[in-house]
Write a protein of this length. Structure first.
Length: 462
């Protein structure tokens, strides 16, 4: 069990944490024909939208209740009811995800009561699902807000039933915040290779994968998990839980439906991929497909090819808890060692990681620890780039946000092929930044100017 070092600084220097409201909004972006609605000021929503647009390079539907100074002091009840009715009338969404901000939570806004009031005053919008979730900026992080939104979605849309297994080939996949759209596409293909039909919640791989559509503009999400599919999750054969942060949502799903679940902290590295593959084979009752076997063999060959670069490599990682757990599994499998780990929150999964210590802090802590423990590689978001440059170390960009490179959302980290790609990238970063001892030059060897004179016959006098 690692030593969890709590933060002692009165402020963050080069912050690592993203807000829980941002995480909840990200989860709602993975639902079809949905609209995330932040209950707070316009600035909160605008700031979050900038993060999403710069990371995914896609148009992001995001709305706000636009609390101003008067509503903050007096009451913001009208803001919520009016925002809900306006969105339903103008955009006709299937679902509105209502996430609170620190401003609304500090005010003490009762969103459950306001939703009941909205239902009473506007019965014509009864078909539109409204999912409330409490995500104050001053508590938790992007990962916890994402997980809270997944749990709230199930609590609102999943009926109580005892029909588990009715859809024998359907499996539920509960996704955590560290999974990119590319990851979710890989997980879908992984399940389908065994003849299974996955219902992914939330499915960012269908909504933010960067595809063009015929519609010039839509105010709602393009793609994602349909609301009607969520209601059928209680009839699936099994639930695959990816990430410790969504275990509370998994508990709720199992309690309401009785669907058995299989839990994975991550799907990064050979061991984790083997366990997931074996689970799919057991659920489907079929042997492992030849394509999956070949991808596994390719990863094994890559481990052999890269071990000179990755063996005993000293790595500093700044990431949310689920991503940190995945990176630890990937790096341990190729012989590397995490010598500096920083996480924005003290999540329970950190206790299960085989690390000496984990700092709950910011990127200044990462930079200090990486220097103290002679790290050779930094793994973190785009916010860690400047710190890596000060350390003179290469950086592998991972997590949220990555705004100085294209394709962050499309990149996959889970699965055999993704592990091979990550392994090659790490090895190439080390090769590019390797600085060995200076070559030996004999003192008997003539200096370069003297050799030049011998060839030209010109004598240079000083």
């Amino acid at each position: 069990m690692p030593e969890i070092l709590r933060r002692t600084k009165p402020l963050s220097v080069n912050p690592l944490k993203a807000s829980a409201t941002l995480g909840a909004s990200l989860a709602f972006l993975g639902l079809r024909r949905a609209m995330p609605l932040m209950h707070g000021s316009q600035g909160c929503t605008a700031f979050g939208k900038v993060f999403f647009v710069r990371h995914f390079r896609e148009p992001i539907p995001l709305q706000t209740t636009a609390m101003d100074h008067v509503a903050t002091v007096m009451s913001a009840d009208e803001n919520v009811v009016e925002a809900l009715s306006t969105l339903c009338a103008k955009s006709a969404p299937d679902l509105i995800g209502l996430a609170t901000t620190g401003l609304a939570e500090t005010q003490g806004s009762d969103v459950q009561r306001l939703i009941r009031r909205f239902r009473s005053e506007y019965p014509q919008f009864a078909r539109v699902a409204v999912v409330p979730v409490a995500t104050p900026d001053f508590s938790g992080s992007l990962e916890t807000g994402f997980a809270a939104a997944v749990e709230a979605t199930l609590a609102t849309l999943l009926p109580h039933t005892r029909r588990a297994g009715l859809r024998a080939r359907q499996v539920n996949v509960l996704a955590n915040a560290s999974l990119t759209p590319g990851d979710l596409e890989a997980i879908r293909a992984w399940c389908e290779a065994f003849g299974l039909a996955p219902v992914i919640l939330p499915d960012l791989g269908d909504s933010l994968d960067g595809h063009l559509v015929e519609a010039g503009h839509t105010p709602l999400t393009l793609g994602g998990t349909p609301v009607e599919d969520i209601a059928t999750m209680g009839e699936s054969a099994a639930t695959l839980v990816i990430g410790a942060s969504v275990e509370r949502a998994a508990d709720l799903l199992r309690e309401r439906s009785g669907v058995p679940d299989h839990r994975f902290d991550h799907l990064m590295g050979l061991d984790a991929c083997d366990r997931f593959t074996a689970t799919l084979a057991a659920i489907a009752g079929v042997p492992v497909p030849a394509g999956v076997e070949r991808a596994r063999a390719q990863l094994q060959d890559a481990l052999v090819d890269a071990h000179f670069m990755t063996g005993f490599l000293r790595v500093a990682v700044a990431a949310e808890a689920d991503l940190l757990a995945g990176m630890q599994g990937l790096l341990a499998g190729c012989g590397a060692e995490i010598v500096s780990a920083v996480c924005p929150t003290a999540a329970p999964v950190l206790r299960r990681l085989p690390l000496a210590r984990i700092h709950v802090g910011d990127l200044q802590d990462l930079e200090r620890e990486a220097r103290a423990h002679a790290a050779q590689l930094v793994i973190g978001s785009a916010h860690a780039v400047q710190g890596a440059a000060r350390l003179g170390l290469p950086i592998l960009r991972a997590g949220f946000p990555v705004y100085d490179r294209l394709g962050a959302g499309a990149r996959a980290w889970v699965g055999y092929r993704a592990a091979r790609d990550a392994l090659f990238e790490i090895a190439n970063l080390i090769l590019e930044h390797h600085h060995g001892p200076a070559p030996y030059r004999s003192f008997l060897r003539e200096p370069e100017p003297a050799r030049a004179q011998a060839h030209t016959g010109v004598v240079v006098r000083h």
